[in-house]
Ligand binder design. Structure first.
Ligand code: CP
Length: 335
């Protein structure tokens, strides 16, 4: 495997093999599989789970890793092409990325969306500019519009819970959050659930519709898998018969990059906080998923996070197991 950048690059059989390998590495540890291998981790955006789970994954497989982020004692990192570097930053990603990559056998890169222009972010220009600088195998640890490691873990989490693929009803719901957040997780989640064969409903208020290109990509995946895609702002209709609700906040697409108008619009939807009332029409055992971090009492009520519906902790642990499977395949782990 040369890159783990998008679940769309893999067949369902390949994804199922990764999920099976993740489960096997949990039940039958391979502490020497990646002995002597090094993973470089470049974080241009913050993290808890991705940072810790990649480091833990490498240790559990017998390898090692190192982390570089702008908060560390590097010389200020410039990413703009063609810039005259007479300001604070003394290092350009054109040198930094290949140098960091050269110390490892694979590299993971995280760079969130700039969130000025939706067209620019949809093109993944910043992430692609970095991966074009290297020949090393690479892993997308969250880019402007994708988070494949989260999606692989989420797929495994639903398999672990025996949630149906074909015939399973998956609600991807917008939730209130005081900040305009990236579209990477909703984009990746929508596609993942469709690819898994589920009937996916995107539940969101007006002004927060997901971009057509993302809906079309998911619809194409659903066509192959036997799933379906719909969108609505009607909560009761969306939750009818749902097996799982995946909550996430994201930026207004109507006011993308326009902080004040985004804020005005999202503040009309303070009641989009998932609580038990949301589940009135859902399956009795409907589950609650979230990629974390999550704001308690804002995105979701404590009663849900602390109750039997929530699977957010095993979901987060599956990040480590899913990434172990990716690293095992990418770095030629010996079983
Ligand atoms: N879900 C997720 O990617 O978490 P972090 O941002 O903490 O890595």
């Amino acid at each position: 495997m040369k890159a783990f950048n998008d679940l769309a690059d893999f067949s369902n059989e390949e994804i199922k093999a990764l999920v099976a390998l993740a489960g096997r590495l949990d039940s039958n540890p391979e502490p020497e599989a990646l002995k002597g291998k090094v993973l470089s981790l470049l974080f241009l955006s913050p993290s808890l789970r991705t940072l810790a789970s990649f480091q833990a994954a490498m240790v559990r497989l017998g390898g090692g890793s190192f982390v570089i982020s702008p908060d560390m004692s590097i010389h200020g990192l410039e990413s703009r092409p063609g810039i005259v570097m007479d300001g604070v930053a003394a290092e350009h990603i054109r040198e930094a990325v290949p140098v960091i990559a050269s110390y490892g056998d694979a590299i993971g890169i995280r760079a969130f969306a700039e969130r000025k222009s939706i067209e620019t972010d949809m093109q993944e220009n910043e992430f692609t500019a970095m991966t074009n600088l290297i020949d090393t195998p690479y892993i997308n640890m969250e880019s402007a519009m994708n988070h494949p490691c989260q999606s692989l873990a989420d797929w495994k989490t639903m398999d672990d819970l025996n949630l149906p693929a074909n015939g399973g009803k998956f609600v991807l719901s917008w939730a209130y959050h005081p900040k305009a957040l990236p579209l990477a997780v909703p984009a990746a989640t929508l596609h993942m659930a469709a690819k898994r064969g589920m009937d996916v409903t995107v539940l969101r208020p007006e002004g927060f519709e997901l971009p057509d290109a993302l809906m079309q990509k998911a619809a194409a995946a659903a066509d192959v898998s036997g799933g379906s895609i719909t969108a609505t702002d009607q909560r009761s209709e969306a939750m009818e018969g749902a097996h799982v609700i995946y909550a996430k906040s994201w930026s207004s697409t109507r006011h993308y990059g326009d902080r004040l108008n985004d804020q005005k619009l999202r503040e009309q939807h303070l009641d989009w906080c998932v609580d038990e009332h949301w589940f009135e029409n859902a399956k009795d055992d409907c589950r609650f998923m979230h990629c974390l971090p999550v704001r308690r009492g804002v995105v979701v009520a404590d009663e849900i996070l602390d109750g039997p519906r929530s699977v957010v902790i095993p979901e987060a642990r599956n990040r480590m197991l899913a990434q172990m499977a990716v690293l095992h395949q990418m770095l030629g782990g010996q079983s």
